[in-house]
Design a protein around this ligand. Structure first.
Ligand SMILES: [Zn+2]
Length: 311
């Protein structure tokens, strides 16, 4: 991928104050969770357990990158859709970025399709701190394999929070004991949507599932037959119920102003060999979430797939 060839749209977002968002989330999450605490805090050192991220914080020039999308995967994979983390940082006008989030792993390096948990920092001194992970299927047993990604590339799609990776003020959200239908990230997204309407609010960061089980998927290797319906996609994906503590990285957007944005995308990793695409918690009585988020000042829409032909 050449930087000067790929299409990038810079989409401005609505940036309310952290205090304003805190109030909105406190009220919104109470509809789904019995115990909710939301406050503005100094970002904890995210390089430390239980976070294991590549930079201390998620502050400074926070923006989202929404790269490619399922349109490059379905109905059949486009194997030439390969992206480099460093190029994405440059396209987001932040060459020394810290990036975290969800995507598809580099199949040309991993050997098969995989889930990507991006977690890489390009330091100003040229040092690269790469703690990104991928999870893939053991093609013999169907089990999950979680491993470090020793490469700086990915495929097909990515939804990343891009920032300077500095310490600073963040929104801390703690929620436990779910009584409503919406899980943690959907609750956050829907709370923002209900309050801010068609003003797009973009949020990114990290959250932990500290207690309770989580429903996830790992993509199977690329299908040789076209996947033309949601039912076919669901049969192709492999679903898992994973154990705490899961570290989820990604982003969400409250409103799509017409760029075919992924409005919510979180992938998780762990220190116990499990990881993949986060869907929702499955033990509402037990579940405990804790997250740290920032509000992004823009979204960089990179290589938006063409709209599928109307059928
Ligand atoms: Zn995913």
């Amino acid at each position: 991928m050449m930087t000067d060839e790929v299409k990038v749209d810079k989409i401005p977002t609505h940036v309310p104050s952290l205090e304003d968002v805190t109030k909105v989330l406190k009220e919104g999450l109470a509809k789904n969770f019995t115990n909710v605490e939301v406050s503005v805090v100094d970002c904890p050192d995210l390089t430390q357990p239980p976070f294991h991220l590549s930079s201390e914080g998620i502050c400074g020039n926070a923006r989202l990158a929404d790269i490619g999308g399922p349109g490059f995967l379905l109905p059949l994979v486009q194997r030439d859709k390969i992206f480099k983390f460093k190029e994405i940082a440059k396209l987001c006008e932040l060459p020394n970025a810290f990036m975290i989030g969800a995507g598809a792993g580099p199949a040309h390096i991993v050997g098969i399709n995989s889930e990507l948990m991006n977690n890489i920092k390009y330091a100003a001194d040229g040092k690269v701190i790469n703690n990104a992970w991928i999870s893939k299927l053991n093609m013999q047993t169907g089990e999950c394999i979680l491993e470090k990604l020793n490469a700086e590339e990915f495929c097909l799609m990515g939804n990343f929070l891009v920032s300077d990776g500095k310490p600073g003020k963040v929104i801390e959200v703690k929620a436990s004991k779910r009584h409503g239908a919406d899980d943690f990230s959907r609750s956050i997204k829907m709370s923002l949507r209900a309050h801010y309407g068609d003003k797009p609010v973009a949020l990114g960061g990290v959250f932990l599932v500290e207690k309770g089980k989580t429903y996830t998927h790992i993509m199977d290797d690329f299908s040789k037959t076209p996947l033309t319906s949601q039912e076919m996609v669901d049969n192709w994906l492999k679903f898992f119920t994973m154990d705490p503590t899961l570290i989820c990285v990604g982003e969400l957007v409250s409103h799509d102003p017409g760029y075919n944005l992924r409005d919510e995308h979180w992938h998780c990793f762990s220190m116990h060999g499990q990881g993949g695409h986060y869907h929702y918690d499955t033990t509402p009585e037990e579940v405990e979430y804790r997250g740290y988020f920032v509000i992004a000042d823009s979204i960089y829409r990179v290589d938006q797939p063409p709209k599928p032909p109307a059928s």
